[in-house]
Design a protein around this ligand. Structure first.
Ligand code: GLA
Length: 375
């Protein structure tokens, strides 16, 4: 009887594990990972959508196409869940035209002037896809490739481990680069993004996530009333092409100052084009520190962002113009904001900025945590 029971249990377990659902009970509540088909890429590769649900019912949906977070459901002060990231329902819409909604961008998140840099005396030319500059990894960056995916879980939460080998020469970058990104929906209501990479030739990299948040819900209009705090006394001013001028300027007495929480819209009219700037975080090492906090007064949602990176790009969704429609919503100007934790833009050409060079034998690591709560 005991043996028979064990056999039935094992068969059942194998059946459940091999099917499209893996689930576990934790602390009396449900946390689980669900896997479903999400369609095909242009070159006929199958991709999946993984739903990570933590013990408190918060849900992140992630596809291995572009390592994109397609949906993130977190509660408001009354416990009602809403999807707080902009995105699409289908892979075809992501393939057709996406302003990097929810994706991992790389090898180099943000801009490299004229797509050129010199490393150990060799000049490299990258794809230029933003006027004369290189943006977010080029024409086919990490947001447009298929990653290998492996669901994982432990007592702290549910994770999706994504890996991608970027081959020597891809988009003009030197070295075979092995990348791992692990998304974890923790039982402390955090979305944790942990990055690692190794190379076989000296190269440059700057990985980040490009989620557009709207804490009132992705379909609820502009984010100008969100109150943001950026833990940065300085920022890196840019030229017309959004390339840093090399200066590191104080934010004090300018509309760039968010050292105290302020509505995003309070002084945005004084910033040409809106916010699309790298802030130099107040820190002296690569420990995990508070970079930003954003509070949405109507729903009470609060997001606190911690990172090991030295900078954060605060982008106020300036280029959204209503042409991107997703998940039943029309995304107009300023309907979402991005907080891209990162090294500074154009660092390969700026000797005074923290280095983005990765050499063989070294390991690139980056951890960013978005913590959700209510007030
Ligand atoms: C980044 C850039 C912006 C813009 C968006 C995508 O955040 O800094 O200038 O290119 O990506 O539209």
């Amino acid at each position: 009887m005991g043996t028979k029971y064990t056999i039935i249990l094992s068969v059942l377990t194998v059946f459940l594990m091999s099917g499209c659902k893996e689930s576990t009970e934790y602390g009396g509540k449900k946390m689980n990972i669900k896997k479903e088909a999400f369609g095909k890429t242009a070159d006929d590769k199958n991709v999946n959508l993984y739903t990570l649900t933590n013990a408190n019912g918060l849900k992140a949906k992630i596809t291995n196409y572009g390592a994109i977070v397609t949906s993130l459901q977190v509660p408001d002060r009354n416990g009602n869940l809403a999807d707080i990231v902009l995105g699409y329902d289908t892979i075809d819409e992501y393939i057709k035209a996406s302003p990097y909604f929810g994706a991992i961008v790389g090898r180099y998140g943000n801009r490299i002037a004229k797509g050129k840099f010199t490393l150990n005396g060799i000049e490299y030319s990258l794809a230029t896809n933003d006027g004369e500059n290189h943006l977010h990894g080029g024409i086919k960056g990490f947001d447009k490739v298929v990653w290998n995916a492996e669901p994982m879980q432990d007592d702290n939460g549910v994770s999706l481990k994504l890996t991608y080998l970027s081959k020597d020469g891809e988009e003009g970058y030197p070295g075979n680069l092995n990348c791992t990104v692990i998304y974890t929906m923790t039982n402390n209501d955090e979305l944790k993004i942990s990055y690692e990479a190794e190379t076989d030739k000296p190269t440059v990299l700057n990985l980040t996530n490009h989620s557009y948040f709207n804490l009132a819900g992705h379909d609820s209009g502009d984010i100008l009333g969100h109150e943001i705090m950026l833990n940065a006394d300085h920022f890196t001013p840019v030229d017309e092409g959004l390339i840093p001028t090399s200066e590191i300027k104080p934010v004090k007495d300018t509309p760039m100052d968010f050292t105290k929480p302020m509505p995003i819209g309070s002084r945005i009219a004084e910033v040409k084009g809106g916010y699309d700037h790298n802030y130099v975080l107040n820190k002296s090492d690569d420990s995990l520190t508070l970079a930003a906090s954003v509070y949405e007064p109507k729903t009470g949602r609060l997001m606190e962002t911690f990172t090991t990176e030295p900078g954060i790009q605060f982008y106020s969704g300036n280029f959204l113009d209503g042409s991107n429609k997703g998940k039943g919503a029309v995304y107009n100007k300023h309907n979402g904001f991005c907080l891209e934790t990162q090294h500074f833009p154009d660092s390969p050409n700026k000797p005074n900025f923290p280095s983005v060079v990765l050499k063989p034998g070294e390991k690139y690591t980056h951890l960013t945590v978005h913590k959700f709560s209510v007030r």
